[in-house]
Design a protein. Structure first.
Length: 168
């Protein structure tokens, strides 16, 4: 059995650079973005497996990443969301509003949705053009671990083992 697996799957490379464990990754075109407990984001070329850049802007663990229109959005234990240009690797903005770690991010209809857990227990909605907070969903929200959107519904997974659905 191992011979079959070795023939089907072959380790190609080991990408090293982070000084603490990784907590999240996302892909966009030929770039892999990795977030770490060291508070950095590293960008890797998926064709050469070489590191392109290291992004430093968070003061806590990078917990989540998402990419949209040449912008990388990173959520952190430091309660912020950083916005980065994926071409120049420069930080464009820092979004503040959560009062606990930002645990998840997703983009839908040109809006960024960010979830937070612990005592914050909110889902915040941001304008991705102006980087201003549009709205905050509160009430019956508990420890937002993950979220996604489809059509006009927001689904989020909670620490209480439920998936809750909000019409947006």
């Amino acid at each position: 059995m191992n011979n079959i697996i070795e023939k089907l799957y072959k380790k190609q490379a080991t990408l090293e650079g982070h000084t603490y464990p990784m907590s999240c990754m996302t892909l966009n075109e030929n770039k892999l973005f990795s977030g770490s407990w060291d508070g950095t984001i590293r960008i890797w070329n998926t064709e050469t497996d070489e590191e392109i850049a290291t992004l430093e802007g968070h003061t806590g663990i990078v917990l989540c990443l998402t990419v949209h229109d040449n912008k990388l959005y990173s959520g952190s234990y430091d309660e912020t969301i950083c916005v980065w240009n994926t071409e120049t690797h420069e930080q464009i903005a820092t979004l503040r509003g959560h009062t606990n770690p930002v645990s998840c991010l997703t983009i839908h209809d040109n809006k960024l949705y960010s979830g937070s857990r612990f005592m914050d227990n909110t889902i915040r909605i941001w304008n991705i053009e102006t980087y201003e907070e549009i709205d905050t969903l509160r009430g019956q929200i508990s420890y937002v671990n993950c979220l996604t959107l489809h059509e006009n519904k927001l689904y989020y997974g909670s620490q209480d083992k439920t998936i809750r659905v909000w019409k947006i």
